[in-house]
Ligand binder design. Structure first.
Ligand code: ATP
Ligand code: MG
Length: 339
């Protein structure tokens, strides 16, 4: 039996943060180490360009940072193929073909894209490439015939869109070429980590993240400035647990959940100060981040090796994606010159 296939990735719009870690990176490492999957992990520079066309330097600078973040969390180039999207031209060609199987009305309905368009304040100037990026994601996923896509909750609409394209393609061209993917999501509640400012999503673009590469000092400062309950002013005041980001993070990252339950009771009752609570979170996050930070620093000493990893991974990815593209062209009937 052929192996299952994983495809997932990140936009190189900055370094990766603990939202990426809990929403996707951790699951990727689990799937990778299970040995049951062929793993493709893509640095989505073409997709990043859809809302950064006038700032390609940001993407260029972030590329190697994201690669380092991968290595730091335990993605192993011996087990996972790490590729750069723009260097796999078949992905762009597949996108062109899939665009004809999707309506503009359908693209306009995508709830994640709608939220992002509002956040980015495009107004009337939404780049066409941004609106269609879910179609390019369908190309990325199907090029590798991935059946498993480890991502955060915000990616659910993209997976639905991909499944629709797969079904429409296979039906329209009467061939079973493309594979329908399933999302591989973190347990409920972990798929969308809020930002340190209380915003519903920690995001590179919103500048509200704790980054895997942040120093211990920076992590401490960020946690000390975190959003809690704005009405919890004095230690003795009763405080809100719901919507309090410090508790959200403790729920997710603190291994001692019975202690967290006690802290919640105390906080709600009054008598537990934010500073004490935040100090606990600093310790909890440091336990998670210290080994990641140390591995990152070790890999950063040989950037030549990191670059070679991307060259090798991208070469391997081109072989697989070109094979799928040939099948897609043949299914459409665009194989005029094939022998
Ligand atoms: P950008 O703001 O540039 O879109 P981002 O922070 O949203 O950046 P992406 O590169 O778009 O990051 O997302 C990469 C992966 O991380 C996706 O699988 C996404 O679902 C997941 N992810 C991103 N942010 C979070 C979050 N706050 N909580 C959980 N998962 C997340
Ligand atoms: Mg995003």
């Amino acid at each position: 039996m052929s192996k299952h296939v994983v495809l997932t990735g990140d936009r190189p719009t900055g370094r990766l943060h603990i939202g990426h870690y809990i929403g996707s990176l951790k699951n990727r490492v689990t799937l990778q180490n299970s040995g049951d999957y062929d793993n493709f992990i893509m640095i989505a520079d073409t997709q990043a360009l859809t809302d950064n066309a006038r700032n390609p330097e940001k993407i260029r600078q972030s590329l190697m940072e994201v690669a380092l973040d991968y290595l730091a969390v335990g993605i192993d180039p011996a087990k996972s193929t790490i590729l750069v999207q723009s260097a796999v031209p078949a992905l762009a060609e597949l996108t062109m073909y899939y665009l004809d199987l999707v309506t503009v009305a359908r693209l306009n309905r995508n709830p994640t894209v709608k939220t992002e368009i509002k956040q980015k304040a495009f107004g009337e100037s939404v780049p066409a490439g941004f609106l269609i990026y879910p179609v390019s994601q369908a190309a990325d996923i199907t090029a590798f015939k991935a059946d498993t896509v480890p991502v955060g909750d915000d990616q659910e609409p993209m997976l639905e869109q991909t499944r629709e394209i797969v079904r429409t393609f296979n039906r329209t061209y009467n061939k079973d070429v493309l594979v329908e993917p399933e999302g591989y999501f973190p347990p409920k509640g972990l798929g969308r980590l809020p930002g340190i400012d209380g915003n519903a999503k920690m995001s590179k673009s919103l500048n509200n993240g704790i980054y895997l590469a942040d120093s211990a000092d920076v992590v401490q400062k960020k946690i000390m400035s975190m959003y809690t309950d704005p009405n919890h002013i004095h230690v003795e005041d009763p405080g809100q647990v719901e919507g309090n980001v410090v508790f959200t993070y403790l729920d997710i990252f603190d291994p001692d959940q019975s202690a967290v339950a006690e802290l919640k009771a105390q906080y709600q009752h009054g008598g537990l100060g934010d500073v004490k609570l935040k100090r606990r979170l600093v310790d909890v996050m440091e336990a998670v981040l210290t080994p990641i930070r140390e591995r990152r620093e070790a890999y950063a000493k040989d950037m030549g090796a990191v670059e070679q990893m991307l060259i090798d991974g991208t070469a391997k990815a081109n072989v697989v994606a070109n094979q799928t593209l040939a099948e897609v062209r043949a299914a459409i009937g665009f194989n005029y010159f094939d022998k």
